[in-house]
Design a protein. Structure first.
Length: 201
């Protein structure tokens, strides 16, 4: 019988977290390189497990999720890692780009946490792992509100979030998103009460 658990990430989880993220967000990382192994190596060296959580199925990591505060994000990108994997030009540009996206402070209030990088290994999808992680990260968190964003055409993810009490916020993408060709996003929020789970004492 399978055992499904949710817990904080540890250093030993980094390779699997990197693999799941690289595969789940392959289309996004393709802007940098189509070599998935290079993406994994960059992510392994950059991920901050203090902000990451994992779901396991019988001990195997099946999914991962990040919880950021306004000024603490899940990645600390180093330009040297990008240059090593992608070369001086592409690596330098890629490092600055991802730092701007995922390492700078978030424009959210102090009472809010930001859920990022919700990813489930392909072989474990459609088994409720994403919903388990959403509820688990809020039970382990200590924020009054939790926010996230999702690409507008990702209807499956939007249905999942709204089914679990997330409501849409009247927030627009930063101007540079459109200039860089990023798809439009929807921003949502939920409180622990709305999600139907309370933080751990």
């Amino acid at each position: 019988m399978e055992t499904i658990e949710f817990r904080k990430a540890i250093a030993a989880d980094k390779p699997e977290i990197a693999r799941i993220l690289a595969e789940s967000f392959r289309e996004d990382f393709n802007l940098l390189t189509k070599n998935n192994d290079k993406v994994k190596r960059i992510l392994v060296n950059s991920v901050d497990t203090a902000r990451m959580f994992v779901a396991t199925v019988s001990g195997q990591i099946a999914g991962t999720i990040a919880l950021s505060s306004r000024d603490k994000r899940p990645f600390h990108f180093k330009t040297s890692d990008f240059v090593k994997e992608l070369g001086w030009f592409r690596g330098g540009i890629g490092a600055q780009f991802l730092k701007k996206m995922f390492s700078v402070a978030l424009p959210i209030p102090e009472y809010a946490g930001y859920i990022e990088f919700v990813a489930v290994d392909e072989k474990f999808r459609r088994r409720g792992i994403a919903e388990l992680m959403l509820k688990g990260v809020i039970q382990l968190g200590d924020y009054r509100e939790y926010r996230l964003d999702v690409v507008k055409d990702n209807e499956g993810a939007i249905r999942l979030y709204e089914k679990n009490g997330f409501r849409r916020l009247d927030i627009k993408d930063p101007a540079y998103y459109k200039l860089l060709g990023f798809p439009e996003k929807i921003y949502l929020a939920v409180t622990p009460d709305e999600l139907g789970c309370s933080p751990e004492p």
